[in-house]
Design a protein around this ligand. Sequence first.
Ligand code: NZQ
Ligand code: ZN
Length: 382
Amino acid sequence: MENFVIYNPVKLHFGKDVVEKLGKNAARLGKKALLVYGKGSVKKNGAYQHTLSSLQKAGIEVVEYDGIKSNPVIEDVDKASAIGREQKVDMIVAVGGGSVIDSAKLMGITIPVTHSGWEFVDGDVKPKEALPLVCVLTLAATGTEMNSFAVVQSDAKRKKSGYGHPLIFPKHSFLDPTYTLSVPGNYTSYGITDLVAHSLEAWFGEGETSLTDRFIVSIIREAMKYGPKLMEDPDNYDLRARIMYAATMALNGLTVQGKKFQDWGVHAVGHCMSVKWDIPHGASLSIAYPAWLKLQRERIPERIQELGHALFSADSIDDTIYKMEYFFKLIKSPVTLAELDIKPGKEEKEDLFQIMKMNKVDGLAHKITEEDYKFLIEKMSG
Ligand code: NZQ
Ligand code: ZN
């Protein structure tokens, strides 16, 4: 087992009506908030109104920035940061899914300085301070609500990169599964895929810790048991709550305890598909994972087989890959680009290859070569 440190300072508030307590908690952090959200879903499910009213009751002044797109772009981070700086906000409140929260995390370190948020992501600049961040999560998927990562895209640079720093942990995250009742079927499925994919990135990471492996398997089994039920019964609060809890636990540090690192190769491949076609994050992962497993089948047969045995009592590697693919199909997450009506020809495949090269796609534990890129692109195309 590797040496490890557990540090997670996020205060998580989980359950019905928890947002009522948001204002009181936020008032301890600041007086003027930049309220960040996406393209409008939060106004339809009540999350925006409840958050605003809780902030107002606590006497907190609010400046808004809306329109954050799914697969968020650095331009929004910079624009919102300029507003936040000019308005002298002293905290950020993010209401939405991973795209909104990740953008808000980067705003938190960009507002106190004058350069672009991309300079942090690129590693040119290190943050010295951050505005406190309070999150209201409305989509169960990424785990961003309880971790110190943000993922953002630069369309100009054709890059999508992850960034991690302890300063960007949220101070509080409010998770009321009621808000996720309005998530449409496709994003519900992509969220389940994402949480399974995070667990798989941990499973295929470097170093083995039996207890941590059991955590990982439990999270995937939870998703595999309740995910398909939720797809059949999307108005069920209890199922929404189970999936929301699982998604948070899948990427908050729990699954990497005693390991050196997670692999992240499949995420790197998925991010390139987001750059090229703006594919939803979870969908890119259900397309990339089966291809990656096929790539790795002869390189890490025992680890794949062990996973298949733990999850499905699978008796072979092929059976494991088949059952993994079957699960994604069961929850209606695509396993090929063709299912999203993307049928790349020679030029499109070459362009994706170039994006993968530019983004230096690789796994931390399992190397992916440029030859492998071609294999993956063919398999993913369907
Ligand atoms: O923009 P609005 O109108 O809010 O609509 C959003 C968006 O269209 C909608 N939505 C969110 N909550 C809803 C809802 N619709 C109805 N009812 C609700 N309650 O869902 C769409 C997708 O939202 P988005 O935030 O993009 O999805 P997700 O939470 O999956 O976040 C994806 C982003 O997170 C990154 C991904 O790469 C991607 O950019 N990730 C972040 C990670 C992290 N910070 O730890 C790790 C992940 O691996 C991932 O990379
Ligand atoms: Zn993910």
